[in-house]
Design a protein around this ligand. Structure first.
Ligand code: HAM
Length: 425
């Protein structure tokens, strides 16, 4: 038997309604914040990610699905959405639009060759937003607020926002030098990757999964101690805006994100629900002033975040939040006999034309079996149409929640249902 590839999953109907509900919450939230959707290709030139995400990151070094096409081009299945969005911002000269920042969102599959575990997949769906073209700290607060709103609207309560500032380039260089001085004398006690990172990007050492418990990690110089005045002032503004929005946060000077493009604000949103797996990060993001230039555009600062739908659904499960199944049918039509079935076909069509979700039995089963189906399918109303009803041009309509049953004239059945649906809202 052929199974799905490791790290991927099928989403069956008993799960897909949850995806749809969450996707609707996301699109509605983006709309109220006025972020517009951008759709970029699933694969890009490999160079976009080596330059954009950074060639010392785990993503680029170990996790990319890279292949050559028949024209010998190196292409990569996108591991994240920021680089593609910034590429499109540059390619389509969105920096020339009069209203900056340009506020974009995306939702779609991303691919990383990672070790499979709960909450970590090789194909996962990221929802992310990017606000490009403004260095206003108020935008940082807006981006964070949007992420928190999505989780809250979905019904999550056990959340923690963790915040840090990575400062500007000057602050980071000062910190970098301090890190090199700190790790260099004992770098041979670290893994091969970290030895390379010392030269190229010492900040990445702090993010190493293998050397995480080394005693030098805890005593490493903290970036927050190296923030220059401008960077510290910027961070203070971000915090002040979050306070104004009444969004609580925890400061974590050790929060280093796994991608190279960040500076200033960096944040993650974690689930604090007991019973949530080992990986508690639901979303991550931050500012990336400099990335637009790196990808060939003019100087345009940006900030964004991404979250996977998979982890959002896991968090809902951990908090035992049930999402409403809006895909359940409104009406299930039971026809008993040939002539009633003919009438039922017409009735189902009329209901559907009126925007009512309706279905009927196609196995000519007995009343009891059909009633059971209606129940399993969570139909709100059941229509029963037998020879007697047909003769008097009526239909029995049963409200499943209350058990109430009424005889309604067939021509009035559609309006009857619409009216009752409206009332039960
Ligand atoms: P990231 O931290 O690599 O950032 O990923 C963001 C989120 O994607 C994670 O918090 C998690 O919810 C989800 N995620 C990542 N890898 C996996 C996986 N293997 N399985 C399931 N979910 C996963 C970025 O991707 C940045 N582009 C975020 C960003 C946007 N920064 C600025 N703008």
């Amino acid at each position: 038997m052929i199974k799905v590839p490791r790290g991927t999953q099928d989403i069956l109907p008993e799960q897909s309604y949850k995806w749809q509900t969450v996707e609707t919450i996301i699109r509605d939230t983006c709309n109220v914040y006025q972020y517009k959707e951008i759709r970029t290709p699933i694969f890009e030139h490999t160079e976009l990610f080596t330059r954009g995400v950074g060639d010392t990151t785990d993503i680029v070094q170990k996790e990319m699905y890279t292949f050559e096409d028949r024209g010998n081009r190196s292409l990569t299945l996108r591991p994240e959405g920021t680089a593609s969005t910034v590429r499109a911002y540059v390619e389509h000269k969105l920096f020339g639009q009069p209203d900056q920042p340009v506020k974009l969102y995306y939702m779609g599959p991303m691919f990383r060759y990672e070790r499979q575990q709960a909450g970590r997949y090789r194909q996962f769906v990221q929802f992310g937003i990017e606000a490009i073209g403004s260095a206003d700290p108020a935008v940082d607060a807006e981006v964070i607020a949007l992420a928190m709103d999505v989780y809250k609207k979905a019904g999550l309560k056990d959340l923690k926002l963790v915040l840090n500032s990575l400062g500007d380039a000057a602050s980071r260089n000062a910190h970098k030098e301090a890190l090199v001085a700190h790790f260099a004398p004992r770098i041979n006690e670290f893994c091969g990757d970290c030895q390379q990172r010392l030269e190229k990007n010492p900040l990445r050492i702090l993010d190493c999964k293998r050397d995480r418990d080394h005693e030098l990690m805890a005593t490493a110089p903290k970036l927050t101690d190296y923030l220059n005045e401008e960077s510290a002032a910027y961070f203070d503004r971000v915090k002040a805006y979050l306070d104004a929005l009444e969004i609580p946060y925890e400061l974590d000077p050790n929060l280093v994100r796994g991608l190279d493009y960040y500076n200033h604000t960096a944040f993650e949103i974690m689930s604090t629900a007991s019973g949530f797996g080992a990986i508690t990060t639901l979303a991550g993001g931050g500012r990336y002033n400099g990335l637009v230039e790196e990808l060939g555009g003019p100087s345009s600062p940006g900030i964004g975040f991404a979250m996977s739908i998979e982890r959002l659904l896991l968090a809902l499960e951990a908090e035992k939040v049930e999402l409403e199944d809006t895909s359940a049918s409104d009406a299930y039509i039971i026809a008993l006999g040939d002539a009633p079935k003919m009438e039922a076909m017409r009735l189902v069509k009329q209901l559907r034309d009126a925007g009512v979700s309706a279905e009927m039995d196609y196995a000519d089963r007995k009343l009891k079996a059909q009633m059971k189906s209606a129940d399993r399918k969570k139909a709100a109303y059941v229509f029963i149409l037998g020879e007697d009803e047909l003769a008097s041009q009526t239909v029995q309509i049963k409200h499943m929640a209350t058990g109430e049953q009424q005889l309604v004239a067939i021509p009035e059945a559609v309006t009857y249902l619409q009216k009752h649906k409206e009332e039960s809202r």
